[in-house]
Ligand binder design. Sequence first.
Ligand code: C2E
Ligand code: CA
Ligand code: CA
Ligand code: CA
Length: 278
Amino acid sequence: VKKSGRGGYALFTREMEMQSLERILMENELRKAIELEQFHIHYQPKISFFREEINGMEALVRWQHPELGLISPERFIPLAEDNGFIIQLGEWVMRRSCAQNKKWQQQGLPFLRVSVNVSVKQLMEPDFVTKVETILMETGLESCWLEIEVTESTFVDVDDATSILEEIRSLGIRISIDDFGTGYSSFSYLKQLPVDTLKIDRSFIEDIDTNEESKAIVKAVLTIAETLGMDVIAEGVETREQLAVLHEDGCSQAQGFLFSKPLTEDEFEVYLRNSQRY
Ligand code: C2E
Ligand code: CA
Ligand code: CA
Ligand code: CA
């Protein structure tokens, strides 16, 4: 609020009212959305630099509401995390993307790993590991074709998270740390966490070709990862310039609009068929 006094205050509360109204509306709609088939998954290719070939994909949920339109996950995921709906939604996304991946494999398309975002709330559910096992069994997808992406900065208890991640990993599922570098404690937990891949946050990639600090951080992550035997992937690569710096620094994987935006199931299938020439 810029101006003090009644006018400013009224504006403030009206805005808050609208926000909570929108929230209530969205919460109600959110709960019905699975049944109404309003959620869709988009897939964004992960690219290996060597021959610029696809070597994986990230599943990203979309909410298409008949009146509210296309709602960004940035808006409804935090809401779903607050009200617990993320547990159902996260399970739906995992089942759906494992089934879709299996389907593509059966159609003779190149075998790829699908990465699914998992919220800490979902991860910490007592039956999370059992649910994942069930999904793999029901969809028939081999565990090596699934990866989960978790954001370390959201862990409440790192020891608890570690033991769950260890169970997940012992099933043969890969683990990736999302938004790496944004948490306060990123580096100190790396020794402890069972991790396959560090995913460098987009904020460092954004200005990697113009900002020395970002470049230095990315270099440090690459060095640490190499020492610890982890892979690194850069997220949000949009330009050739960014790619050139990453390449020079020895990063070997990336994801971003430069290669492809997230695609619908149908679009992704076309993309995969066209990439078979590699
Ligand atoms: P994230 O996991 O960090 O996903 C990357 C986000 O960056 C995606 O946004 C993606 O569309 C976007 N992106 C990819 N390449 C580029 C690029 O080159 N430039 C820019 N500017 N953006 C790029 P999206 O799909 O809107 O998802 C936002 C966030 O919502 C995700 O961030 C993730 O935290 C969350 N999310 C999405 N789907 C799920 C899900 O199924 N479960 C959970 N728990 N969270 C999800
Ligand atoms: Ca992610
Ligand atoms: Ca990310
Ligand atoms: Ca993010």
